[in-house]
Design a binder for this molecule. Sequence first.
Ligand code: FES
Ligand SMILES: [Fe+2]
Length: 449
Amino acid sequence: MASETATEAARSPGISYQQLLDTDTRPVPEVLRWQSERELPAVRVPIERYTSRAWHDLEVERLWKKTWQFACREEEIPEVGDRTVYEIADLSVLIVRAGASEIRAYPNACLHRGRALCDGPGRAAEIRCPFHGWTWDLDGQLKRIPARWDFPHVERERTRLPELRVGRWGGFVFVNFDPGAPPLAAHLGELPRHFERWPLERRYKEAHVAKRLPCNWKVAQEAFMEAYHVVATHPQMLPGIGDANSQYDAWDSFSRAITPNMTPSPHLGWEPSEQDMLDSMFTRSVDAEPLLRVPEGMTARQLLAQVSRMQLQASVPSVQDLSDAELADSFYYTVFPNFHPWGAYNRIVYRFRPAGNDPDHSIMEVIYLAPFRGRRPPPAPVHWLGDDEDWTQAPELGFLARVFNQDTANLGRVQRGLHAAQHAHVTFGRYQETKLRHFHALLERMLAA
Ligand code: FES
Ligand SMILES: [Fe+2]
């Protein structure tokens, strides 16, 4: 297998992201200057990784039962007794606020005859199984068994709810099924440093939309890890997106793509005006007036940054210090294996999971985390879209819903193509698919363990 350093790989013609940063009207933070140097294998991976039940089963045993995974937001369980359920493959976890600053996680299965202890979000002072009423304290201690005389063989001490590891970062609650796993902080590595300027714990869950997709979870998430697909999938964006000028980096357990906006795509065969660049971002009919006009002497990039500064003024105290880049560009991180928080003030967080034990279906979630001032607004509940509904049926997603429709329109067809394929591998680009190669290198390492 060929291997090379990502930063040494050939790059697209046109302005590099680092050169673009030099044109900023504000000082650019260090985090945007960091670039990785990493040997990445995996330019080809076997198709059966996306289609086979055997590979899925291996992922359950060696990935999902071993890795740290984003389960919920802290703000979803703010009060003692609040609970929610996190599911992955056929595993289910009950997450409970057991004390003011204590969160615990239990396998969501009663120790009597196995009923799920909890069916969804709620609040109660104890954990009571709805079937026969066995009851535990929030800290997992057995409290009560109806007709206690019938269970002399059940010892209180040995009937604690088993626990999963819990970790927290950025307002996110993570769980890990493996008692021997290194702590969450070791898994995240340098990630918290990347987000120092953009504290995600100081955001609230403004929107949360979930949809089942007819493809493997990796097919789904890989569609959101590169800008290479923009030229064919989102051609309307080309006047104002530096798709091929994106920068890709990979560190230990996470990777990052930066796609500049309000700079023309190298794929475009003509030179767009500043107004063309701006217009490409918004959907409108050709004869309608533009939503915004780029004033003389200003670039679309500067205008977009200025408008974002105005919008964020009320909720982000440091907004005047933020660079144009932080307000205009897309910073999409992937924390292995399936957690995708966006940097700066772009609001997006994605999560992708297998749907049950079906390698041909997955769940995609789009979460918007917005800054706020004063009292934290209540978190949006999960809005599940039906199989026949598209993303525009979630108006809370705004203009991006149409973009998501373009993305997900490919995915069932990818899965179908992978099943139909008479060749053995998918092939990744050396640079633009850096994040996919990094992911597969980590996946291979986990599954070989
Ligand atoms: S299964 Fe839970 S109390 Fe019987
Ligand atoms: Fe896309």
